[in-house]
Design a protein around this ligand. Sequence first.
Ligand code: SF4
Length: 471
Amino acid sequence: MPAKELSPIEIYQILPRTNCKECGEANCMAFAAKLVVREAMLDECKPLLEPGKEDDYNKLWALLKPAVKAVEVGVGDHKVTLGGEYVLYRHEFTYFHQPAVAVDVSDEMSPEEFELRVNVVNDFSYEYIGMQLKLDMLAVRSTSGDPDTFAAAVKKAIGLTEKPLILCTHDPEAMRKGLDAAYGRRPLIYAATKDNWKEMAELALQYECPVVASSPQDRDTLKSIAHTLEEYGLSDIVLDPGTEPNKYMTANLDNYIILRWQSINEEEEHLGYPILGLPLVAWTVEEEDTIINEWNEAVIAGICIARFTDAMIVHGISGWALLPQVFLRSNIYTDPRKPVAVEPELAAFGEPTDMSPVLLTTNFALTYYTVASDVESAKLDCYILVVDSEGMSVESAVAGRKMTADTVAEAIAQFKVGDKVQHRHLVIPGRAARLSGEIQELSGWTVSVGPMDSSGIPKFLDEKWTPSPED
Ligand code: SF4
């Protein structure tokens, strides 16, 4: 059941209703309200875990569990969670877990290439509006066909990275040796097919690892394999419906959309698992230049991210190909219920003095980091006064009265701006021009209306910043 259809009262009626506060909430109704929006976990209600409460717990879990099961891969701080989603579209509620991006290595690569690619997975990092965008997993592929060579590659990968692994071979003997090499790291087994499902299921049970059910372009067989794995006692399953090169993109879209539709809107439980996409199939097509392969792969990856895959394996490691992928997923997987905001503060840039400019902006992350980036690239020494606008941009905050002359005057006082500078001169964004008179009146500071776009700040200050301590 999609989360949006639950009401707190529905949940409250099944909770113990003793208001014991063990969950950290003031009462059971407050806890129910948090459960409904998934800001609390069912297990935080300890009385519900006591003997005799199993039926109530199971009833609640049936109501609250995600339509797409959350499957964990890896261990410790680098563990990733795949799936755990409740809705088809983000605006219906929110998404919870970004699709994990795995880069592949093969057991036939040279030691230099192998290490280089693992290092890309380890080191790739890009700061974007206060978030570190990173890669998540390493997929070790058996291309040699030799179990011992595969095991050696897995062992080497384990020594080079703590990121979770996907072990890729259809050969159960190679998989067993790979799992031995990765013992204790809970890798994802790729893959159980209609031909090897029994052996792979045995390995998944024995090594307590999640397993991919794979049946390219055959959803009926995929469902049947997933069902069979469930009956074998497995529940951490990931679905591989097949990924085709760009020419057959509609087949990819059909598969991803139909699978996610059936799991969420039709509550088809055998398909309620994370989906794995394989953009690296773009490299199976012979192109004039490998840049075209990498470009095509990035296009498939974009489709995977936008249409419901929960993990994917890529081969290209160029920054121009990987960056758009991590940008796209971070934008799609932000919580629409919570604006991306930074902490209100008086931020110093460069080496400001007591005569440096004070610029005003809001705490919408995108606005703040755009202004900060313009100020930093111009190497300005200044202060930025970040006002709490509940995460709204300047124009929306002024229109919605989330940034007013009062809140600006309060921020000037709260962050003791007057102690940092001798002058009393504030530069406000051009889009907040209508507040200038009121801010001046309430704060006692002289207000200048700056440019409409923060890229104009350096020129504006160069031409117009001439305050003296008397201002
Ligand atoms: S721990 Fe459980 S019983 Fe106690 S207040 Fe919280 S929800 Fe109610």
